[in-house]
Design a protein around this ligand. Structure first.
Ligand SMILES: CC(C)(COP(=O)(O)OP(=O)(O)OC[C@H]1O[C@@H](n2cnc3c(N)ncnc32)[C@H](O)[C@@H]1OP(=O)(O)O)[C@@H](O)C(=O)NCCC(=O)NCCS
Length: 411
């Protein structure tokens, strides 16, 4: 940069060919660990918009420093996307044959924007660039008719928490937990007496819409997730006792459901980006390697080995977890074990899911506490004046429900 010359920061739309290298530099600088601390490096596999591109509307902005000599350098970036999701429910008359004595809950939808991947180069922080990127992104959200905006961050990320709460008007909204299970070198055995059925995307769509569309954050375009090539399938678990060997189809299943059942879907995040743990000591890496070697040599011992996280690895994300009945927790555990084995076959390092802190099925989800996050902070802000949330009122003030639907495209 020209010394003493004028420098301006321009925020503009990301241009894939021109900006890719500059954006990767910013990502790398932000990921770099300091003082020998362990850090996680994310590789977006050459596609900086990969984390938002599966949404119906998305935008990536970059902040570029421009000197009076026309030297340019990308120093910040932000991604955003917009989708229509459930923000609450209302009762609707279920007027069969003109009767009006039965009511059923139906979803109330709202247009929700999501901010993610905000980064400012360490050398250019505290200059107002982060704030400028967020406010320009919010302008686009409003232009597109989004009613709310939200973002997720780690509770220890003081810079991010302060920026969004003190300066951008966001308030703490939900605190779901991220549950992370390592993929071992051995297959996990699935509890006996449980049938697991893969179901088609169209059956999965019907099941989700009929049973979970009033869950907070349920995406109105669930079909585009289920038919996406990254979706590896939807699976239903039932106790094998008294249930036929084959999937009866969604209509029959829901007209006469077993006393307990459970469902989940698997999303292949490994195709979107990879991660790598850097900065771990030689001792930690050595211990991890030994545990894997022993697990691989004696898989029947079922040793909970540490996967190869010190070179690029991918993960599967489990979403749409739900179920009913007294045995739903055990069935959820079986589905997670099944998903572990799918992840092992496909060479993943981790299986990840995110659920509400009050989710009753949470106890059935195997995870390692040290790799998981008890409190992922979600902040929310109301963006404008005209709302479709109607009976729900101000969503930002609504109490936390039992479950939330975490969209795999946001991960
Ligand atoms: C969070 C981040 C984007 C902030 O970018 P930035 O350009 O430095 O932020 P700004 O200069 O616009 O800061 C605006 C306000 O945010 C708050 N803030 C920013 N950094 C802060 C810090 N390190 N500590 C406390 N408050 C901070 C302050 O209120 C600040 O206003 P002030 O400087 O007038 O006090 C940047 O620190 C970053 O890239 N961090 C790593 C990636 C990340 O955590 N991203 C967010 C998660 S999506």
């Amino acid at each position: 940069m020209g010394e003493g010359g004028e420098v301006v920061v321009v925020v503009r739309e990301f241009e894939p060919v021109k900006d890719r290298i500059g954006v990767e530099d910013v990502e790398r600088n932000c990921d770099a660990g300091s003082n020998g601390k362990i850090s996680i490096f994310t590789d977006l596999l050459g596609d900086p918009i990969c984390r938002v591109r599966h949404f119906p509307a998305f935008l990536m902005l970059v902040a570029e420093m421009v000197t009076d000599k026309e030297e340019r350098k990308i120093v910040g970036l932000i991604r955003g996307c917009i989708n229509t999701v459930t923000c609450g429910k209302k009762l609707s008359r279920n007027g069969k044959n003109g009767s009006n004595d039965s009511f059923k809950p139906i979803p109330v939808y709202s247009k929700l924007a999501y901010v993610l991947g905000l980064r400012v180069s360490p050398s250019h922080r505290r200059m107002g660039i982060g704030l400028k990127l967020v406010s320009r992104m919010e302008d686009w959200f409003r232009e597109k008719g989004a009613e709310y905006s939200y973002m997720a961050t780690d509770k220890d990320n003081e810079a991010s928490v302060k920026l969004f709460t003190d300066r951008c008007g966001y308030a703490k909204f939900r605190t779901p937990c991220i549950l992370v299970q390592p993929v071992f070198a051995h297959r996990v055995s699935i509890t006996k007496g449980i049938c697991i059925f893969p179901i088609s995307p169209s059956d999965a769509e019907s099941l989700y819409r009929r049973r979970f569309s009033t869950t907070e954050f349920f995406p109105s375009d669930i079909d585009s997730i289920l038919y996406n090539r990254l979706n590896l399938g939807t699976f239903v678990a039932v106790p094998s006792d008294g249930f036929s060997d084959s999937w009866p189809g969604v209509d029959d299943f829901l007209s006469k459901p077993p006393e307990s059942w459970s469902v989940l879907s698997i999303w292949n995040s490994k195709e979107v980006f990879t991660m790598e743990v850097r900065g771990a000591s030689r001792t930690i890496r050595g211990l991890a390697k030994t545990s894997r070697m022993v697990d691989r040599a004696f898989p029947w011992l079922g040793i909970p080995s540490v996967p190869e996280l010190f070179r690029p690895f991918g993960f599967h994300f489990l979403y749409g977890l739900g179920g009913e009945g007294p045995d739903a927790v055990r069935l959820t555990k079986a589905l997670c074990d099944f998903a572990h084995n799918v992840a092992k076959e496909r060479g993943c390092g981790l299986v990840v899911t995110e659920v509400s802190s009050r989710e009753p099925l949470r106890v059935g989800i195997p995870h390692w506490k040290r790799l998981s996050c008890d409190e992922d902070l979600w902040f929310m802000k109301r963006l404008g004046e005209d709302y479709s949330d109607g009976s729900v009122g101000d969503w930002t003030k609504s109490p936390c429900g039992v479950s939330i639907f975490v969209d795999p495209r946001e991960i």
